[in-house]
Design a protein around this ligand. Structure first.
Ligand code: FES
Ligand code: FES
Length: 156
């Protein structure tokens, strides 16, 4: 076991992890934060996305030991961020969720991309969200919601 310490959703946590233990498993199975979802398990679908030091990562292929000393934000923590309501509102207005399985990860990715000014037109939105798949294929609503957010130009 290796002792790691991280800032998780704004709270300092330390815990012992196996060197091979994945961040997704630690979050879901040991801490009970189930917003990040396991689907493909091979860094393709993006449903397991969390923010590490503000950047989206696939927690299904990210070792928990790599999070040592870093700041990890899950959708549960992001709910406390003022940007959450703005993004959630746009997703709701544009019916951008169906089953919702992909949505927590999608929201975190959109937040990071908006904050970094990387969403300027539909092409950049499509590129930016290419790593977040929606199995309900509700992409039109998602694209419209994110386009509305990007047009507001106030960051994620
Ligand atoms: S479950 Fe991690 S990218 Fe698909
Ligand atoms: S809303 Fe169902 S997977 Fe995206």
């Amino acid at each position: 076991m290796t002792r790691i310490a991280l800032q998780l959703n704004g709270v300092r946590r330390s815990l012992d992890v196996e060197p091979r233990e994945l961040l997704l498993d630690v979050l879901r199975e040991r801490i009970g934060l189930t917003g990040a979802k396991r689907s493909c398990d091979v860094q393709v679908c993006g449903t397991c996305t969390v923010l590490v030091d503000g950047q989206p990562v696939s927690s299904c292929t990210y070792l928990a030991v790599e999070a040592d000393g870093r700041e990890v934000t899950t959708i549960e923590g992001f709910r406390e961020d003022p940007a959450f309501e703005r993004i959630a509102g746009a997703f709701t207005r544009h019916a951008a969720t169906q089953c919702g399985f992909c949505t927590p990860a999608m929201v975190l990715t959109v937040h990071a991309l908006l904050r970094d000014g990387e969403l300027t037109d539909e092409g950049s939105i499509r590129d930016g969200l290419a790593g977040n798949l929606c199995r309900c294929t509700g992409y039109r609503g998602i694209l419209d919601a994110v386009a509305e957010l990007a047009s507001e130009g106030t960051g994620g």
